[in-house]
Design a protein around this ligand. Sequence first.
Ligand code: NAI
Length: 338
Amino acid sequence: MTTTAVLIPGDGIGPEITAATLRVLEAAGAEINWIERQAGVAAMEAGGEVLPEATLDAIREHGVALKGPCTTPVGKGFRSVNVQLRKTFELYAAVRPVRSMPGVDTPFKDVDIVVIRENTESLYSGVENEITPGVVTSIKVATEKGCTRIAEWAFDYARKRGRKKITVFHKANIMKLTDGLFLRCSEDIAKEYDDVEYETAIIDAGCMRLVQNPGQFDMLLLENLYGDVVSDLCAGLVGGLGVVPGANFGVDRAIFEAVHGSAPDIAGQNLANPLALLMSAVMMLNYLADNQGDETAQQAAQRIKAAYDAALTEGQKTRDLGGSLGTTEFADAIIERL
Ligand code: NAI
């Protein structure tokens, strides 16, 4: 079964890790008809908008995309392409599975946490004002609809995947209205799922517990900004940004992308670890299998996962994981094991 999906290579290390990922998918027998579209700085350099209509149309039509990271200027310039995409398609649920990888040495063993991040609200509303020179504000938005649907999504995910516990990190002691609403909506939904344990933690203490003993957490549910920060913290528990995949889900569309950014410091040098994007592609294959009954996709996903686990176990790693392989050589090592 051939499925059509949109491919956005992105900026910085994006094109390198995308090329490596596509080679592995092809070698594993995944039958994907890729529609390549641009976004981010790459789209601007090609003479278009930062998020061209052709890219949005392709995602609208095909419903599934694999996306490389896109650069966002700091403190000035255009609004994040990632945020725009998530808002345009109401991709309200970001899922980031974080697990200890074979052959990747870290202070923690057996970490297996799924981070669920609300993707459309909070301080990412982009409502910032200059009240008077030297005084600026940023508005944090929380809606009952947004808080309820992400809680429902998380509990539903937990039930389907046999996860046992959801912990909500919040700061409702200070942000009594916005984080208070997030907490209240989560509590309301938790009551409908008596098979999933529910607990809460004030985020500062929660982060301390995470780095002391990550094994006590199963799933984390967070509003947008906390989810962004805590995802990277969790990546650090299992070897860094090179090994954490991600997916953004809406009602009928999904965009799969690594947690990391465009890593301009190592772009174009064959140094980037393509694994996080490859793992995101594996999540995409599993999504296609679940939603479109694509058995070829499921088989390819299983083979790829076994192959990268084997490569890592045998010490075949990129530099960020303490190895010496380049982006293409690591992809070769996976392909050899397929
Ligand atoms: P980053 O994630 O790009 O890099 C942080 C550090 O991790 C760097 O030292 C980088 O070399 C390293 N790193 C990241 N991915 C790696 C990989 N696959 N293999 C090996 N090392 C890797 O974060 P940074 O520097 O804060 O952001 C750079 C740009 O990326 C910014 O413009 C930011 O807005 C954008 N960004 C885009 C995201 C997306 O498209 N989803 C997500 C996060 C950031």
